[in-house]
Design a protein around this ligand. Structure first.
Ligand code: ZN
Ligand code: ZN
Length: 118
């Protein structure tokens, strides 16, 4: 009967389980439950193991994830600025070679190199 295993405490087969251990997933009764800062557990070893796990996960999170997100943001902004500069430079070069680029012509003071009035 898998249902009775699910609903009764693993240490007290006659007792109704009130929840599942956050660390090992086993059902526990109200007499066995151990409350910790990270959740409710079937035993103190499980509570301690989960606390260590959560602390380690939080450390890894603050050490690896946050700087990489900032680094990615900075590098993407840098590449975006480089791309914009490249486009402007290409436009300026095109302008000096006689190609009329409206945006660049406005930037350089509205001077068009060749007036098409004949
Ligand atoms: Zn447990
Ligand atoms: Zn129990």
């Amino acid at each position: 009967m898998p249902k009775s295993i699910d609903s009764t405490c693993i240490q007290h087969p006659g007792f109704q389980a009130v929840g599942r251990c956050k660390q090992c997933g086993k059902p526990f009764c109200s007499q066995c439950e151990v409350h910790g800062p990270t959740g409710i557990f079937c035993s103190t070893p499980c509570k301690n193991a989960n606390e260590v796990f959560v602390q380690r996960a939080a450390q890894l999170d603050s050490m690896s994830k946050k700087p990489s997100i900032i680094f990615k943001l900075i590098s993407s902004v840098k590449s975006l600025i480089a791309l914009v500069i490249l486009i402007i430079m290409l436009g300026v070069i095109a302008h000096y070679f006689g190609v009329d680029v409206p945006v660049i012509s406005d930037m350089l003071g509205g001077q068009t190199p060749a007036e098409p009035t004949e």
